[in-house]
Design a protein around this ligand. Sequence first.
Ligand code: 2NL
Length: 358
Amino acid sequence: MKKMPGEDLLPLQAQALAAIEAAGTIEALEEVRVSLLGKSGALTALLKQLGTLAPEDKKTRGAELNVLKTTLTDALAARRETLEQAALTARLAAEKIDISAPPRPEPLGAIHPISRTMEEIAAIFGAQNFTIKDGPDIEDDWYNFSALNIPSHHPARAMMDTFYLNASHGNRPAVLRTHTSPVQIRTMLSEKPPIRIIVPGRTFRADHDATHSPMFHQTEGLVIGRDITLAHLKGCLIDFLRAFFGRPDLPVRFRASYFPFTEPSMEVDIGWDRKTGELGGGDWLEILGSGMVHPNVLANCGIDPREFQGFAFGMGIERIAMLKHRISDLRLFYESDIRWLKHYGFSPLAPAMLHEGF
Ligand code: 2NL
């Protein structure tokens, strides 16, 4: 049987429950709670009177007041829950997010023209079944010069062109590589033909002016097999240059030249207009070096030149990037000026790939 609070307490109970139900906000409800159960609340006052009663009355009255207190506390909690739910529902309705609003623009970086150009070169030679190799920036003079048939008195070995390090590799002088050829030498030493690789990377020469930087980039290529001829070299490079510059009719000319590491050697020119700088004109511009790998270089790498032969080529990345994108000052490549990067950089969302028709 549910305990009753006591006849005389019923009006207070009814009035209190009505006030609780009438409270429209959490603050108003808190005021009601204080008026009942606070320091000078109505119920608190009744509880204080318990002390003045005789022991037997105290017991019954105490029980009655407890029942009333529980009823009011439960009612307060229930009302608080209702009000909190209503407040939450109102807040959720008010804070509705409009997902149709456009997103705030995110800052997006740019791909540096050097990176982009190397990616394009990789995509074009990748389609010709080349793989990419890399190697150390610090080499010794055997990998950088001797293996390449470059004699010890050659001007390229002079202090003026080459950065020699104080440290050495065993008993050989250590240098910053002046081309990426040492990576091809290492590949020929460790792998058997057929070899079909390109080697993009940093290179270093002690030269600094408007058109030369002491650190620059190259991509070299190497193909070694049993029946590789000059015709393969020409086809490979003509296809590359036309794909890279995006002109299927780009004029390409092979001109006899000399490198210690190739025989015969050929410089490769493309047609351009020297007045406007436009590609395809009636003048010629030297764009890369190439040749059939010298028999001495093959022999230095443990490859029998009577059994295998091949071709190699090398190009400067800055140079072909400047030509393709009409960038006039080499020095700005390395300044990290955000305005230059924004202007000449490429979207990371549109990666380099082969275009239709190549
Ligand atoms: C140029 C010329 C060239 C090579 C690089 C090469 C590498 C090996 C053997 C034979 Cl391991 N040749 N590389 C060949 C011809 C030209 O580069 O003007 N580069 C910017």
